[in-house]
Design a protein around this ligand. Structure first.
Ligand code: ADP
Ligand code: MG
Length: 716
């Protein structure tokens, strides 16, 4: 943290004013006390008045709007009703036990159901008492019910008015101490009158007026105690903007620091190799998107600052070719280069592709992987150090300390997802002046996530496929149609095609999945018997050498069918494969389905992706399948995925520090994020060290954030 403070050149000393009321320990607040305070600390991370003030409601109940139970329809997302509880009953035994309460208003009635926490809920229900119920109705047969509704008892004589009521996340432990949403609302109401005049602004007047934001003081009051939805929106807008702005500002500052520190090699010329390959050996024209990206890269490479660029593009969009041109630029300027892939198979494929490319060019290329023999390794090490080797392709093996370059100028990393940030950094250190870095990923990342997770990288997107590519036809079939699907497979094989049949492998039920895979394999070999057919199989329990052999049998066309678990997901290129059958497709995530589909459609023939499922599908699964059938656009799919799963699940918890957002939502606030990012860029370009008086608050806040949220300073 201190390091950051110094490199940021911040000379501010934050003095924490012990008299500052906002930092008072939470136990001193009226209505809290030591016991509740302990729970607030453990369960919600609320230690001080300030923390409580920053514990925001996640929704508001409009106390003025109710609907009649009778008028509930299937399209209702969530409804608010009020009525009296007529009966309470526990139904079912043990595991299947549920609590059912019937609530009725003037003309209708509906069931409220709980499957969990029955022990906590039951005592809060009282027959004959009046409740406000909020929840999502679901239809069963001709009746509706609401599972796990929000429930609030209404004092018998009070009229049901009073604007908006905030709803806070609580939990069993908090509720037990009387701190359910209502309880939290009460203690916050005790705090609000005390904070007047204490809340300092942390944005500049310029930003406030440019984005039409209300003051921080006002926003904090309004978010907890809004009069109407207009106040909710203006408070949320202000607080979300602030949160996203500081997140982006931090990333922009990090980028600035990296650039100040990292001189980069200057690649002056475009060069002979580049031109020779472009003019003489390239059998087709580059797409507009490829040209655009190459220009962006070219700009970086001549700038004198180290390039850190992420290249995004759907499978088959021609990233490898762009990477190859970039490698040529480096070699043309007298530098060595490296290309790193996440698996041995992929490294080999790159090696083969590039060897064909360079056949007629004076470029020395080698392959280094875990299985490279010692003698060969020694030669490679030597040729790297004396500069004879121009390009080294390989796996993680490239990162070993023994691998030393004479003058590494550029590293290309394929499939970023498999490599951590730390590994990226390791490649940097392979030269005194760090090499330029180009990261390629075929997993389209929604724009909002790219701006956050790769906020310190520049991003290039290839958003156009080479011409003449046939779209993969995607269909959803139920298991009952398997015989028809087999018939279709047979036809394709007769025409010379090859087929993937993929089974899920999910950690928790590994045994079951393995059984499914083996059962499937058996029925396929029965349907497609030797000698007319050969079926390969690859799964996680096999030895690497056996996997490799089976893969090779398929690659060389000896086997027509490849039965596999998701190990084939990444990068494998077999142009002859024209059918991808995905078994239990409902078990796969969207981006995984899309990746798998990308394994076909690489040749000239029409390709097909068939998603097999049972009849039992959740709403989410249906959405995933529909999306796959509807579109081939990886970015569109990524956006749907983000909405379905949320950012944490997409990027993995590893980097979740970035997702500790209190109020903004990366799945929903994309537009605001873009504004915040632009504002951060503008600010840093106008006032790089945030020294202008009007920016002093911003600078102070940034230092605070880095101190209080150390995980933010560790990103990238
Ligand atoms: P990616 O790495 O993005 O999956 P590749 O670079 O491997 O894509 O390209 C996929 C295929 O498309 C390769 O066979 C490549 O030769 C071909 N290709 C790349 N760019 C073009 C282009 N502009 N026109 C025609 N074919 C292209
Ligand atoms: Mg590729």
């Amino acid at each position: 943290m201190d390091k950051l403070t110094t490199i940021y050149n911040f000379k501010i000393r934050i003095t924490i004013d012990v008299n500052n009321l906002l930092l008072t320990p939470i136990e001193y607040l009226k209505g809290v006390g030591p016991k509740r305070a302990d729970t607030l600390k453990q369960e919600a991370g609320i230690y001080t008045y300030w923390d409580l003030l920053n514990f925001f409601p996640f929704r508001y109940i409009d106390r003025s709007k109710f609907i009649l139970i009778e008028s509930i329809t299937e399209t209702d997302n969530a409804v608010q009703i009020n009525g009296r509880i007529k009966s309470i009953q526990e139904v079912g035994a043990k595991r299947a036990k549920r609590l059912v309460a019937i609530i009725e208003d003037s003309i209708g009635q509906i069931e409220l159901v709980w499957f969990k926490g029955i022990k906590w809920v039951k005592p809060t229900l009282q027959i004959g008492a009046k409740y406000i119920v909020f929840g999502k109705p679901t239809k069963f047969g001709r009746k509706y019910n609401i599972a796990h509704p929000d429930l609030e008892k209404v004092e018998s004589n009070k009229p049901l008015i009073g604007g908006l009521q905030p709803v806070y996340h609580s939990g069993d432990k908090l509720s037990n101490k009387g701190l359910n949403s209502k309880g939290l609302e009460n203690i916050i109401k005790n705090l609000l009158p005390q904070i007047e005049g204490l809340i300092q602004e942390n944005l500049s007047p310029e930003l406030l007026s440019k984005f039409n934001l209300i003051s921080k003081a006002k926003a904090l009051l309004q978010v907890h105690k809004p009069l109407d939805f207009y106040e909710v929106r203006s408070a949320q807008m202000r607080l979300k903007f602030e949160e996203l702005f500081f997140l982006q500002l931090l990333l922009v500052k990090q980028k600035q620091i990296a650039q100040r520190k990292s001189r980069g090699h200057v690649f002056k010329v475009v060069g002979d190799l580049f031109n020779a390959f472009y003019n003489e050996h390239l059998p087709f024209e580059l797409t507009g998107a490829q040209k655009k990206v190459l220009k962006e890269i070219r700009g970086d490479l001549r700038s004198g600052i180290q390039m850190n660029r992420l290249l995004q593009g759907d499978v088959g969009s021609g990233k490898t070719l762009v990477a190859f041109f970039t490698l040529l630029m480096a070699i043309d300027n007298g530098f060595q280069t490296a290309l790193m892939a996440p698996t041995e198979i992929l490294a080999k494929q790159h090696f083969q592709t590039i060897k064909e490319f360079v056949e007629k060019l004076p470029i020395e290329v080698s392959l280094l992987t875990g299985s490279t023999k010692v003698a060969e390794r020694r030669i490679i090490h030597e040729r790297l150090e004396n500069g004879a080797l121009h390009l080294l392709i390989g796996t993680h093996a490239l990162l070993e300390d023994k691998v030393k370059f004479k003058n590494l100028g550029l590293s290309v990393i394929d499939e970023q997802h498999r490599f951590g940030v730390a590994q990226r950094a390791k490649l940097w250190r392979k030269n005194k002046i760090p090499p330029h870095i180009l990261v390629m990923t075929a997993t389209p990342i929604p724009r909002t996530l790219a701006m956050t997770f790769y906020g310190d990288l520049d991003v290039s997107v290839i958003d156009e496929l080479p011409p003449g590519r046939k779209q993969v036809v995607t269909q959803h079939r139920f298991d009952s149609a398997r015989l028809t699907v087999f018939g279709f497979i047979e036809q394709e094989i007769k025409k010379g095609g090859q087929v993937y049949i993929v089974y899920p492998l999910i950690q928790e039920s590994e045994k079951l999945d393995y059984k499914d895979l083996m059962d499937g394999y058996e029925s396929i070999t029965r349907r497609f018997p030797k000698p007319a057919y050969q079926v390969s199989i690859v799964h996680g329990k096999m030895k690497p050498a056996d996997k490799e052999m089976e893969m090779q049998r398929f690659v060389s066309g000896i086997s027509q069918i490849m039965v596999a678990t998701t190990v084939i997901e990444v990068g494998v290129n077999i142009p002859n494969a024209s059918i991808m059958v995905i078994e239990s497709a409902e078990k796969f995530g969207l981006s995984q389905l899309h990746q798998l589909r990308g394994r076909v459609g690489r040749g000239a023939d029409q390709s097909y992706c068939i998603l097999m499922t049972s009849y039992k599908l959740t709403e989410d699964a249906k959405k995933r399948l529909d999306t796959m059938v509807r579109t081939n656009d990886g970015f569109e799919i990524a956006e749907v995925d983000l909405k379905l799963r949320g950012p944490g699940d997409i990027m993995g918890t590893q980097q979740s520090g970035l997702l500790d957002l209190k109020i903004a939502d990366l799945a929903k606030d994309g537009q605001l994020l873009q504004y915040a990012r632009n504002a951060a860029f503008d600010l840093v370009s106008e006032d790089p060290d945030l020294k202008n008086p009007e920016n002093v608050r911003i600078r102070q806040e940034l230092v605070n954030i880095v101190r209080n949220r150390p995980n933010w300073s560790r990103i990238s």
